[in-house]
Design a protein around this ligand. Structure first.
Ligand code: TLP
Length: 336
Protein backbone atom coordinates (compact mmCIF):
# COMPACT_ATOMS: atom_id res chain seq x y z
CA UNK A 1 0.00 0.00 0.00
CA UNK A 2 1.14 3.54 -0.79
CA UNK A 3 -0.35 5.46 2.09
CA UNK A 4 -0.97 9.12 1.27
CA UNK A 5 -3.68 9.62 3.91
CA UNK A 6 -1.41 11.52 6.28
CA UNK A 7 2.19 12.05 7.33
CA UNK A 8 1.13 10.60 10.69
CA UNK A 9 1.34 7.09 9.22
CA UNK A 10 5.15 6.93 9.03
CA UNK A 11 6.82 4.08 10.87
CA UNK A 12 10.10 4.43 12.74
CA UNK A 13 13.06 3.50 10.54
CA UNK A 14 15.52 0.78 11.54
CA UNK A 15 18.08 3.40 12.56
CA UNK A 16 15.48 5.24 14.65
CA UNK A 17 14.46 2.00 16.35
CA UNK A 18 18.10 1.32 17.26
CA UNK A 19 18.41 4.72 18.90
CA UNK A 20 15.14 4.09 20.76
CA UNK A 21 16.39 0.72 22.01
CA UNK A 22 19.54 2.29 23.37
CA UNK A 23 17.94 5.40 24.89
CA UNK A 24 18.83 6.40 28.42
CA UNK A 25 15.62 6.57 30.44
CA UNK A 26 14.30 7.52 33.88
CA UNK A 27 10.97 8.41 35.46
CA UNK A 28 9.81 11.56 33.71
CA UNK A 29 7.09 12.32 36.25
CA UNK A 30 10.02 12.89 38.63
CA UNK A 31 11.70 14.88 35.83
CA UNK A 32 14.42 12.24 35.69
CA UNK A 33 14.34 10.99 32.12
CA UNK A 34 17.58 12.24 30.53
CA UNK A 35 16.35 11.72 26.97
CA UNK A 36 13.16 13.67 27.59
CA UNK A 37 15.04 16.43 29.38
CA UNK A 38 17.45 16.67 26.42
CA UNK A 39 14.57 16.80 23.93
CA UNK A 40 12.71 19.47 25.90
CA UNK A 41 15.80 21.62 26.24
CA UNK A 42 16.63 21.28 22.58
CA UNK A 43 13.17 22.07 21.26
CA UNK A 44 12.75 25.05 23.62
CA UNK A 45 16.04 26.43 22.27
CA UNK A 46 15.10 25.81 18.64
CA UNK A 47 11.97 27.94 19.07
CA UNK A 48 13.58 30.64 21.21
CA UNK A 49 11.57 29.78 24.33
CA UNK A 50 12.67 29.19 27.93
CA UNK A 51 11.17 25.77 28.46
CA UNK A 52 9.31 22.87 26.90
CA UNK A 53 7.19 19.87 27.83
CA UNK A 54 7.03 16.52 26.03
CA UNK A 55 3.38 15.50 25.57
CA UNK A 56 1.82 12.40 23.98
CA UNK A 57 0.07 14.19 21.12
CA UNK A 58 -0.44 17.41 19.22
CA UNK A 59 -3.96 17.53 20.56
CA UNK A 60 -2.70 17.56 24.14
CA UNK A 61 -0.04 20.14 23.25
CA UNK A 62 -2.65 22.43 21.72
CA UNK A 63 -5.19 22.04 24.47
CA UNK A 64 -2.77 22.57 27.34
CA UNK A 65 -1.15 25.40 25.37
CA UNK A 66 -4.47 27.19 25.01
CA UNK A 67 -5.40 26.56 28.66
CA UNK A 68 -2.18 28.24 29.75
CA UNK A 69 -3.28 31.48 28.12
CA UNK A 70 -7.06 31.28 28.48
CA UNK A 71 -9.20 30.90 31.61
CA UNK A 72 -12.50 28.97 31.70
CA UNK A 73 -15.27 31.27 30.48
CA UNK A 74 -12.93 33.19 28.19
CA UNK A 75 -12.53 32.53 24.50
CA UNK A 76 -9.90 31.54 21.97
CA UNK A 77 -10.36 33.06 18.53
CA UNK A 78 -9.20 31.10 15.48
CA UNK A 79 -9.89 30.18 11.88
CA UNK A 80 -13.07 28.17 11.28
CA UNK A 81 -11.09 25.31 9.79
CA UNK A 82 -8.42 25.20 12.50
CA UNK A 83 -7.48 21.77 13.82
CA UNK A 84 -8.15 22.95 17.38
CA UNK A 85 -11.85 23.43 16.62
CA UNK A 86 -12.33 20.81 13.90
CA UNK A 87 -10.45 17.70 14.94
CA UNK A 88 -9.96 17.91 18.71
CA UNK A 89 -13.38 16.66 19.76
CA UNK A 90 -14.48 19.92 21.39
CA UNK A 91 -11.71 19.45 23.98
CA UNK A 92 -11.35 23.12 24.89
CA UNK A 93 -15.02 23.23 25.93
CA UNK A 94 -15.33 19.66 27.19
CA UNK A 95 -12.24 19.73 29.39
CA UNK A 96 -11.36 23.33 30.13
CA UNK A 97 -14.58 25.36 29.82
CA UNK A 98 -12.91 27.44 27.12
CA UNK A 99 -15.18 29.01 24.55
CA UNK A 100 -13.98 29.16 20.95
CA UNK A 101 -15.01 31.61 18.24
CA UNK A 102 -14.09 31.29 14.62
CA UNK A 103 -13.62 33.45 11.55
CA UNK A 104 -13.55 32.14 7.99
CA UNK A 105 -10.18 33.21 6.65
CA UNK A 106 -8.57 32.98 3.24
CA UNK A 107 -10.23 31.98 0.00
CA UNK A 108 -12.07 28.65 -0.29
CA UNK A 109 -10.27 26.39 -2.74
CA UNK A 110 -7.21 28.61 -2.70
CA UNK A 111 -5.41 29.53 0.45
CA UNK A 112 -8.29 28.65 2.74
CA UNK A 113 -7.21 29.33 6.32
CA UNK A 114 -4.62 31.92 5.30
CA UNK A 115 -4.02 34.25 8.22
CA UNK A 116 -5.27 37.80 7.91
CA UNK A 117 -4.20 39.49 11.15
CA UNK A 118 -6.57 42.44 10.87
CA UNK A 119 -9.55 40.18 10.27
CA UNK A 120 -8.90 38.43 13.59
CA UNK A 121 -8.05 41.64 15.44
CA UNK A 122 -11.38 43.13 14.35
CA UNK A 123 -13.19 40.26 16.08
CA UNK A 124 -11.40 40.46 19.43
CA UNK A 125 -13.67 41.22 22.38
CA UNK A 126 -12.36 43.26 25.31
CA UNK A 127 -11.86 41.87 28.83
CA UNK A 128 -13.39 44.81 30.66
CA UNK A 129 -16.95 44.64 29.33
CA UNK A 130 -19.75 43.38 31.58
CA UNK A 131 -21.48 41.49 28.80
CA UNK A 132 -18.95 40.08 26.41
CA UNK A 133 -16.98 36.85 26.44
CA UNK A 134 -13.40 38.08 26.70
CA UNK A 135 -10.98 37.04 23.98
CA UNK A 136 -7.92 35.86 25.88
CA UNK A 137 -6.01 34.28 23.01
CA UNK A 138 -5.77 33.79 19.27
CA UNK A 139 -4.73 30.40 17.88
CA UNK A 140 -2.84 30.24 14.60
CA UNK A 141 -2.10 27.07 12.61
CA UNK A 142 1.09 26.84 10.55
CA UNK A 143 1.13 25.03 8.20
CA UNK A 144 -2.65 24.99 7.91
CA UNK A 145 -3.93 21.44 7.57
CA UNK A 146 -7.40 21.94 6.08
CA UNK A 147 -6.00 24.81 4.03
CA UNK A 148 -3.93 22.17 2.21
CA UNK A 149 -0.62 22.66 4.02
CA UNK A 150 -0.33 26.38 3.31
CA UNK A 151 2.39 28.42 5.01
CA UNK A 152 1.19 31.42 7.01
CA UNK A 153 2.66 34.73 5.82
CA UNK A 154 5.39 36.00 8.13
CA UNK A 155 4.29 39.62 7.84
CA UNK A 156 0.77 38.69 9.02
CA UNK A 157 2.20 36.67 11.93
CA UNK A 158 4.34 39.69 12.85
CA UNK A 159 1.41 42.12 12.64
CA UNK A 160 -0.69 39.87 14.86
CA UNK A 161 2.12 39.50 17.37
CA UNK A 162 2.91 43.21 17.55
CA UNK A 163 -0.75 44.05 18.03
CA UNK A 164 -1.19 41.31 20.63
CA UNK A 165 1.57 42.75 22.86
CA UNK A 166 -0.25 46.06 23.09
CA UNK A 167 -3.67 44.45 23.47
CA UNK A 168 -2.73 41.87 26.10
CA UNK A 169 -4.11 39.01 24.01
CA UNK A 170 -2.01 35.84 23.84
CA UNK A 171 -1.03 33.95 20.68
CA UNK A 172 -0.98 30.14 20.57
CA UNK A 173 0.68 28.44 17.63
CA UNK A 174 -0.50 25.03 16.47
CA UNK A 175 2.82 24.16 14.88
CA UNK A 176 2.13 20.49 14.21
CA UNK A 177 3.85 21.04 10.83
CA UNK A 178 5.87 24.17 11.60
CA UNK A 179 8.90 22.23 10.33
CA UNK A 180 7.35 22.11 6.86
CA UNK A 181 6.62 25.84 7.02
CA UNK A 182 10.22 26.59 8.02
CA UNK A 183 11.74 24.40 5.30
CA UNK A 184 9.38 25.69 2.59
CA UNK A 185 9.77 29.38 3.42
CA UNK A 186 13.38 29.40 4.62
CA UNK A 187 12.22 30.95 7.92
CA UNK A 188 14.04 30.09 11.15
CA UNK A 189 12.06 28.00 13.63
CA UNK A 190 12.98 30.55 16.31
CA UNK A 191 11.43 33.32 14.23
CA UNK A 192 8.12 31.47 14.27
CA UNK A 193 8.57 30.53 17.94
CA UNK A 194 9.15 34.11 19.03
CA UNK A 195 5.82 35.15 17.50
CA UNK A 196 3.84 32.96 19.91
CA UNK A 197 3.31 32.78 23.68
CA UNK A 198 2.72 29.03 23.54
CA UNK A 199 3.45 26.66 20.66
CA UNK A 200 2.78 22.97 20.15
CA UNK A 201 5.03 21.21 17.63
CA UNK A 202 4.71 17.57 16.55
CA UNK A 203 7.41 14.96 16.14
CA UNK A 204 4.96 12.38 14.83
CA UNK A 205 3.97 14.06 11.55
CA UNK A 206 6.51 14.78 8.82
CA UNK A 207 9.47 14.20 11.13
CA UNK A 208 8.57 10.55 11.32
CA UNK A 209 8.76 9.82 15.06
CA UNK A 210 6.15 7.30 16.20
CA UNK A 211 4.69 9.36 19.08
CA UNK A 212 4.99 12.76 20.66
CA UNK A 213 4.72 16.50 20.54
CA UNK A 214 6.44 19.29 22.43
CA UNK A 215 4.83 22.34 23.99
CA UNK A 216 7.11 25.38 24.31
CA UNK A 217 6.60 28.53 26.36
CA UNK A 218 8.02 30.44 29.35
CA UNK A 219 9.47 28.46 32.27
CA UNK A 220 6.57 29.57 34.47
CA UNK A 221 3.90 28.46 32.02
CA UNK A 222 5.62 25.15 31.34
CA UNK A 223 5.67 24.43 35.10
CA UNK A 224 1.87 24.84 35.04
CA UNK A 225 1.65 22.76 31.85
CA UNK A 226 3.37 19.92 33.71
CA UNK A 227 0.49 19.91 36.23
CA UNK A 228 -2.11 19.89 33.46
CA UNK A 229 -0.36 17.05 31.65
CA UNK A 230 -0.46 14.96 34.83
CA UNK A 231 -4.11 15.81 35.45
CA UNK A 232 -4.98 14.70 31.96
CA UNK A 233 -3.17 11.40 32.42
CA UNK A 234 -0.31 12.37 30.15
CA UNK A 235 2.44 11.94 32.75
CA UNK A 236 4.57 9.26 31.12
CA UNK A 237 7.31 7.37 32.88
CA UNK A 238 10.28 5.93 30.93
CA UNK A 239 9.14 7.66 27.76
CA UNK A 240 12.75 8.50 26.88
CA UNK A 241 12.50 5.78 24.23
CA UNK A 242 10.03 8.08 22.49
CA UNK A 243 12.05 11.24 23.11
CA UNK A 244 15.07 9.49 21.60
CA UNK A 245 13.05 8.93 18.43
CA UNK A 246 12.20 12.64 18.44
CA UNK A 247 15.84 13.65 18.87
CA UNK A 248 16.82 11.31 16.06
CA UNK A 249 14.09 12.80 13.86
CA UNK A 250 15.36 16.34 14.49
CA UNK A 251 18.87 15.26 13.48
CA UNK A 252 17.95 13.25 10.41
CA UNK A 253 14.46 14.05 9.15
CA UNK A 254 14.12 17.80 9.26
CA UNK A 255 16.03 18.94 6.17
CA UNK A 256 14.64 16.07 4.11
CA UNK A 257 11.13 17.56 4.32
CA UNK A 258 12.13 19.45 1.15
CA UNK A 259 11.94 16.10 -0.61
CA UNK A 260 8.32 15.62 0.54
CA UNK A 261 7.52 19.07 -0.80
CA UNK A 262 9.07 18.18 -4.19
CA UNK A 263 7.01 15.00 -4.24
CA UNK A 264 3.85 17.00 -3.59
CA UNK A 265 4.75 19.26 -6.52
CA UNK A 266 5.17 16.20 -8.74
CA UNK A 267 1.80 14.84 -7.70
CA UNK A 268 0.16 18.22 -8.34
CA UNK A 269 1.61 18.46 -11.84
CA UNK A 270 0.57 14.92 -12.72
CA UNK A 271 -2.96 15.38 -11.33
CA UNK A 272 -3.78 18.72 -12.89
CA UNK A 273 -3.59 20.69 -9.64
CA UNK A 274 -2.06 24.16 -9.87
CA UNK A 275 1.44 23.59 -8.39
CA UNK A 276 1.50 27.13 -6.98
CA UNK A 277 -1.38 26.14 -4.69
CA UNK A 278 0.84 23.42 -3.17
CA UNK A 279 3.14 25.02 -0.62
CA UNK A 280 4.38 22.04 1.41
CA UNK A 281 3.57 18.32 1.59
CA UNK A 282 -0.18 18.30 0.88
CA UNK A 283 -2.13 18.18 -2.37
CA UNK A 284 -5.86 18.79 -2.36
CA UNK A 285 -8.04 17.39 -5.13
CA UNK A 286 -11.10 19.61 -5.23
CA UNK A 287 -14.43 18.90 -6.82
CA UNK A 288 -13.93 15.16 -7.26
CA UNK A 289 -16.15 12.20 -6.38
CA UNK A 290 -14.11 11.53 -3.24
CA UNK A 291 -15.65 8.21 -2.06
CA UNK A 292 -15.51 6.68 -5.55
CA UNK A 293 -11.90 7.72 -6.17
CA UNK A 294 -10.76 6.73 -2.68
CA UNK A 295 -12.31 3.27 -3.02
CA UNK A 296 -10.94 2.65 -6.51
CA UNK A 297 -7.47 3.92 -5.56
CA UNK A 298 -7.44 1.64 -2.53
CA UNK A 299 -8.23 -1.34 -4.75
CA UNK A 300 -5.07 -0.43 -6.69
CA UNK A 301 -2.88 -0.01 -3.61
CA UNK A 302 -3.11 3.73 -2.99
CA UNK A 303 -4.68 5.17 0.16
CA UNK A 304 -5.96 8.76 0.20
CA UNK A 305 -7.92 10.88 2.70
CA UNK A 306 -11.48 11.99 2.06
CA UNK A 307 -11.80 15.46 3.53
CA UNK A 308 -15.39 15.75 2.29
CA UNK A 309 -17.61 14.14 -0.34
CA UNK A 310 -15.94 16.35 -3.01
CA UNK A 311 -12.45 16.73 -1.60
CA UNK A 312 -9.44 14.42 -1.31
CA UNK A 313 -6.18 15.09 0.52
CA UNK A 314 -2.85 13.53 -0.42
CA UNK A 315 0.07 13.88 1.97
CA UNK A 316 3.67 13.07 1.08
CA UNK A 317 6.07 11.82 3.75
CA UNK A 318 9.12 9.80 4.72
CA UNK A 319 7.60 6.43 3.82
CA UNK A 320 6.69 7.47 0.25
CA UNK A 321 9.70 7.56 -2.07
CA UNK A 322 9.90 8.87 -5.63
CA UNK A 323 8.93 5.52 -7.16
CA UNK A 324 5.84 5.32 -4.93
CA UNK A 325 4.90 8.89 -5.83
CA UNK A 326 5.11 8.04 -9.53
CA UNK A 327 3.00 4.93 -9.07
CA UNK A 328 0.38 6.77 -7.01
CA UNK A 329 0.27 9.49 -9.68
CA UNK A 330 -0.31 6.86 -12.39
CA UNK A 331 -3.19 5.31 -10.45
CA UNK A 332 -4.83 8.60 -9.48
CA UNK A 333 -4.36 10.29 -12.88
CA UNK A 334 -6.09 7.36 -14.59
CA UNK A 335 -8.97 7.46 -12.11
CA UNK A 336 -9.44 11.22 -12.34
N1 TLP B 1 -3.82 15.99 12.17
C1 TLP B 1 -4.23 14.70 11.62
C2 TLP B 1 -5.74 14.52 11.80
O1 TLP B 1 -6.12 14.84 13.09
C3 TLP B 1 -6.55 15.33 10.86
C4 TLP B 1 -3.80 14.60 10.18
O2 TLP B 1 -3.82 13.47 9.66
O3 TLP B 1 -3.42 15.62 9.58
N2 TLP B 1 -2.59 20.10 14.67
C5 TLP B 1 -2.62 19.86 13.36
C6 TLP B 1 -2.50 21.00 12.41
C7 TLP B 1 -2.77 18.54 12.89
O4 TLP B 1 -2.83 18.33 11.59
C8 TLP B 1 -2.87 17.48 13.82
C9 TLP B 1 -3.07 16.06 13.35
C10 TLP B 1 -2.84 17.79 15.18
C11 TLP B 1 -2.69 19.13 15.58
C12 TLP B 1 -3.04 16.75 16.26
O5 TLP B 1 -2.00 15.89 16.41
P1 TLP B 1 -2.21 14.49 17.17
O6 TLP B 1 -2.83 13.59 16.16
O7 TLP B 1 -0.84 14.12 17.55
O8 TLP B 1 -3.09 14.74 18.33
Amino acid sequence: MIDLRSDTVTRPTAAMRRVMAEAEVGDDVYGEDPSINALEERVAGMFGHEAALFVPSGTMGNQIGMRLVCEPGQEVLCDADAHVVTYEMGAAAAIFGISTRTVVSGTPGRGQGRLDAQQLIDQVRPRDDWHLTATAAIAVENTHNRGGGIVQPLDELRSLWNWSREAGVAVHLDGARIWNAAVASGTELATYGRLADTASVCLSKGLGAPVGSVLVSSAERIATARLWRKRLGGGMRQAGVLAAAGLYALDHHLDRLAEDHEHAQLLAKRLGVDPSSVETNMVVLDDVAAPVIAEAAKAQGVLVSQVSARKIRLVTHLDVDRAAVDRAADVLAALL
